[in-house]
Design a binder for this molecule. Structure first.
Ligand SMILES: Nc1ncnc2c1ncn2[C@@H]1O[C@H](COP(=O)(O)OP(=O)(O)OP(=O)(O)O)[C@@H](O)[C@H]1O
Length: 281
């Protein structure tokens, strides 16, 4: 990590009508820093990424990327969107998807240079897509499509990498692989990473700081500072237990009928003991 501030939020706020997702958010993300954004469904994590991407205007405050106000379509901001499957029939092949990241608007206009070809091949390999490099992306499984998307986002060598639940639908081996890939990108290139996730466990070893958003409020600090029963109970305004077991962190509402954190639709995390916000009651 260096002292260079890649992303700077000052007094940032986002409200929809009466509802405030977050307000008064001050955050500097430095080159090479890995920041996880945690919180229950609907807390405003994706909206935070959209604000940084210039796709959603703040209702208060400012966001700067490399000292300039953010705007849409910045080439040096990489984005791995929340998973959505590509429509069947879309002919784009896996390797093309990654080439798009390397070549940008030059894609299809000229042949790849030798360096570019080597870089694209290396990325195809690194995301474990060699076996399906020439297959249409739309024909791949959800996890395979996700890996192609990660390759595309890394290809542009972004100064800031925004990841929205990039590990969803990946098996454990590929969760680890993608995490290592993102981690090595920030170490080698000094990319700043903002990583939205429901489960901090797969990235615990690489996270520098956590922004935990819940109920219109947030708290920021190292994982050890934030992921504590007292801190999260305070944030949620109701008792929450942070349990550390076998190297994993599990966050649970600790009282019968508690409104947090399992109250927020975590149906996909039915295995409560594997769920950082699972409804163990
Ligand atoms: N443009 C908009 N207009 C009105 N409400 C919006 C808009 N965008 C988002 N919201 C609302 O803001 C809330 C936060 O949405 P967001 O997608 O940021 O949550 P999240 O923390 O990413 O949740 P999840 O974990 O479920 O992905 C949601 O209730 C959503 O309906």
């Amino acid at each position: 990590m260096t002292d260079e501030v890649v992303l700077r939020l000052r007094g940032a706020g986002m409200s929809f009508g009466e509802r405030t997702l977050w307000s008064g958010l001050d955050l500097d993300v430095r080159a090479g820093e890995f920041v996880a954004v945690l919180g229950p469904n609907g807390a405003g994590k994706t909206t935070l990424l959209k604000a940084v991407l210039g796709q959603q205007d703040l209702t208060a405050g400012t966001i700067e990327f490399l000292g300039q106000p953010v705007h849409r379509g910045h080439r040096k901001i990489g984005y791995i969107p929340q998973q959505r499957l590509m429509e069947q029939g879309t002919p784009l092949r896996t390797r093309d998807m990654i080439s798009l990241g390397v070549l940008g608007h030059r894609f299809g206009l000229r042949r790849e240079s030798r360096d570019e070809r080597a870089r694209i091949d290396a990325l195809v390999d690194e995301v474990g897509a060699t076996a399906f490099a020439t297959a249409p992306v739309a024909s791949l499984s959800g996890g395979e499509q996700q890996r192609a998307r990660v390759g595309q986002a890394l290809a542009a060598q972004p100064a800031l990498l925004l990841c929205d639940e990039p590990l969803i639908s990946l098996d454990l081996r590929h969760q680890r692989g993608v995490t290592e890939l993102i981690d090595s990108q920030r170490r080698a290139m000094g990319a700043a990473v903002v990583f939205v996730t429901h489960d901090v466990n797969p990235i615990l070893d690489v996270v520098d700081r956590v922004v935990y958003i819940a109920g219109g409020r947030f708290t920021i600090g190292t994982p050890d500072e934030v992921l504590q029963s007292s801190v999260l109970s305070d944030l949620y305004g109701t008792p929450v237990d942070v349990i550390r077991t076998m190297g994993r962190i599990v966050i649970v509402g600790s009282t019968e009928g508690s409104s947090a954190p399992g109250d927020h639709d975590h149906a996909h995390h039915a295995e409560a003991d594997l769920d950082p916000e699972g409804p163990v009651r």
